[in-house]
Ligand binder design. Structure first.
Ligand code: SF4
Ligand code: SF4
Length: 135
């Protein structure tokens, strides 16, 4: 993947919004990697937790909003507990999901599921998915 770093991206409103929603100081991260080393979901992720923080610092909005990782994260908070800088990585990931959900964008489109797929989805997942659209 080609990565373009620019002052414009770093100063973008996306970076400020992630910090505002998450309540975290992204620049506190010094990329030690302890968050990713302890994450139980990392094998399924396309961008690792420490990379998510780096991308957020640099304003890589599109890469983050399109990443699989923000939906794979189980909000288990292992990364939060391991971070030597006290950064709540799970909240940063939640903030990125929120930015998408507030635009009424979701990774799952219930109306596109077949009847047999709907039968396999746990009811709580269906309820949870629909609740995102009631605020
Ligand atoms: S553990 Fe904390 S400081 Fe280390 S890479 Fe992850 S977010 Fe950054
Ligand atoms: S909260 Fe998410 S990113 Fe952090 S360790 Fe758990 S699954 Fe991984």
């Amino acid at each position: 993947m080609r990565i373009n770093i620019s002052r414009k991206k770093i100063k973008s409103s996306f970076v400020g919004k992630v910090e505002e929603i998450s309540g975290q100081n992204l620049l506190a991260c010094y990329q030690c990697g302890k968050c990713s080393a302890g994450c139980p979901a990392v094998s399924e992720m396309d961008i690792l937790p420490n990379q998510i923080i780096r991308y957020a610092q640099l304003g890589f909005k599109d890469e983050l909003l399109q990443s699989k990782s923000i939906w794979i994260c189980a909000s288990c908070f292992t990364c939060n507990a391991r971070c030597p800088k006290g950064i709540n990585i799970a909240e940063v990931i939640e903030a990125i999901r929120q930015i998408l959900l507030r635009k009424r964008e979701d990774h799952l489109k219930i109306e596109e599921l077949s009847d047999s797929e709907k039968e396999d989805v746990p009811p709580i997942a269906m309820v949870s998915s629909m609740r995102k659209f009631t605020s």
